[in-house]
Design a protein around this ligand. Structure first.
Ligand code: ZN
Length: 137
């Protein structure tokens, strides 16, 4: 009902997560990796929780994963999002997890372990979000 009337909220961009949002703008899902021990982490952070390394690079994820957990947000409705808002915690095949919107599936049909794949939503010309859809859809 309120779609189009409210601007989509923008993420807080920092020196630690700039690469992630730049990657999305190119429709790439980039995951931060510790340059020392190669541990993956998301969301990006300035320090590796494994070895306390400060040097980071990134890998491009395949975009394939499974639903690890999910929640259906229903109240309070916050524009411009559609409700019920299906939010998933997706385990990527590379071995880290990220929070994302789930699309192409009704809340009652989501299953833990359901294969999903990434797609990209160009909200505005310079602003792209990731979301995940069942792999069979
Ligand atoms: Zn490390």
């Amino acid at each position: 009902m309120t779609e189009g009337r409210w601007p989509h909220p923008r993420p807080g961009i920092t020196r630690d997560n700039q690469f992630f949002w730049d990657g999305l703008a190119q429709e790439k899902l980039l995951i931060q990796r510790c340059a020392a021990c190669r541990r993956l982490q998301h969301p990006p952070a300035p320090m590796c929780p494994g070895c306390h390394g400060l040097e980071m690079d990134s890998i491009e994820a395949s975009g394939r994963g499974v639903v690890h957990s999910f929640v259906v947000a229903e109240h309070p409705p916050i524009p411009p999002f559609a409700y019920p808002n299906l939010i998933g915690l997706v385990e990527l095949e590379e071995g880290t997890r990220l929070v994302t919107q789930l699309v192409g599936v009704e809340p009652e049909d989501v299953r833990i372990g359901m294969p999903v794949h990434v797609e990209f939503e160009r909200v505005e010309p310079d602003y792209v979000l990731h979301r995940f859809r069942p792999a069979s859809a």
